[in-house]
Write a protein that binds this ligand. Structure first.
Ligand code: ADP
Length: 208
């Protein structure tokens, strides 16, 4: 199954993607993780992207696209994929259709995880990520519950950036809900509740 995840920052897209890939073996393609990887590696692309990310803005389409294309060329994509963080505006959605079309692939469904913005601000400010494996959890953990690695707070999870990311989502990304509705691919789940409850709803909504 080829899936696109939609939802505001902090809606739980990454968490649900981690669970789906662990159970069903699709490739988890997070453009945010790809960009953070480029920053950590100190590539020119990473350096250019960092300023946009720290400001809570979108990174220019062509930078993200080059990372995405490279990732889509990997073997594990044959088992299906979950796109987490792409597309993030209408131009990217149109590009994605073209890129997948060239590969003889298509998006099967766009899963919208919806959560009240007030809850999102609390979740994001408590979110922590693992330096070693990228796993995300919250500030109740001292070390990564998956690999024992050191946890850190992403630069863009600082309060001053969170509101900008939510605004960017509302103006640029939320219109994609209508885009995928128009393709008859939108599936919506309530992102409120604990991780396993949401996951059960996700699987039911996707018929998995
Ligand atoms: P979240 O969805 O929780 O905000 P991500 O890790 O998906 O976190 O993205 C972090 C940042 O990376 C975004 O705020 C944006 O600056 C950049 N980014 C990720 N994906 C894209 C994309 N498809 N297009 C442009 N910028 C992106």
């Amino acid at each position: 199954m080829n899936l696109v995840l939609l939802g505001a920052p902090g809606a739980g897209k990454g968490t649900q993607a981690q669970k789906l890939t662990a159970e069903f073996g699709m490739a988890h393609i997070s453009t945010g993780d790809l960009l953070r990887g480029a920053i950590a590696a100190g590539t020119p692309l990473g350096l250019e992207a960092k300023g946009y990310m720290d400001a809570g803005a979108l990174v220019p389409d062509e930078l993200v696209l080059s990372l995405l294309k490279e990732r889509l060329a990997a073997d594990d994509v044959q088992n299906g994929f979950i796109l987490d963080g792409y597309p993030r505006n209408t131009a990217q959605a149109v590009t994605l259709d073209a890129v997948l079309g060239e590969m003889g692939k298509d998006v099967d469904a766009a899963l919208l995880v919806s959560v009240d913005p007030a809850i999102i601000i609390d979740r994001l400010s408590r979110r922590r990520a693992c330096k070693a494996c990228g796993f995300t959890c919250n500030d109740t953990y001292e070390v990564c519950p998956r690999c024992g690695g050191e946890l850190y707070q992403r630069d863009d999870d600082k309060p001053e950036t969170i509101q900008n990311r939510l605004d960017t989502y509302a103006t640029k990304t939320a219109p994609l809900i209508e885009y995928f509705k128009g393709q008859d691919k939108l599936v919506e789940v309530d992102g409120l509740g604990d991780v396993d409850e949401v996951y059960a709803n996700v699987k039911e909504a996707l018929g998995l």
